[in-house]
Write a protein of this length. Structure first.
Length: 115
């Protein structure tokens, strides 16, 4: 479990894995989201084992390259922003990936801000 209260109670799902894909932490929303897949038992498992092809191959490439992946999905009528990004340890070394999954409105406004 995450050590910071704000992470635990954050309304978006946060899952953190190391550079080999081993799941290190999941906040409460992630545990709830992935309850049917094992919930807390997923911690310590490899994230690659949770994904079928072609998603598994794409995730493996991301882990190797350290490049982020950002997209939106709709599942069971719920729209989500998925933001998968590398994270770095206190020495600035690539340490793994963090996935942030946020529910978003289907008709979310988009603003262009000029300076």
């Amino acid at each position: 479990m995450p050590s910071h209260a704000w992470v635990t109670g954050f309304p978006g799902a946060i899952t953190v894995c190391d550079r080999d894909g081993i799941i290190l932490e999941m906040n409460n929303k992630a545990l709830s989201t992935f309850k049917e897949d094992g919930g807390e038992r997923l911690i310590g498992q490899n994230v690659l084992d949770c994904h079928p092809e072609p998603a598994r191959g794409k995730l493996l490439a991301m882990l190797k390259s350290g490049k982020k992946n950002v997209y939106t999905i709709e599942k069971r009528g719920i729209h989500k922003l998925i933001y998968q990004t590398p994270w770095y340890d206190e020495k600035g070394q690539y340490a793994g990936f963090l996935e942030l999954s946020l529910e978003i409105p289907a008709d979310m406004p988009h603003f262009i801000r000029e300076e």
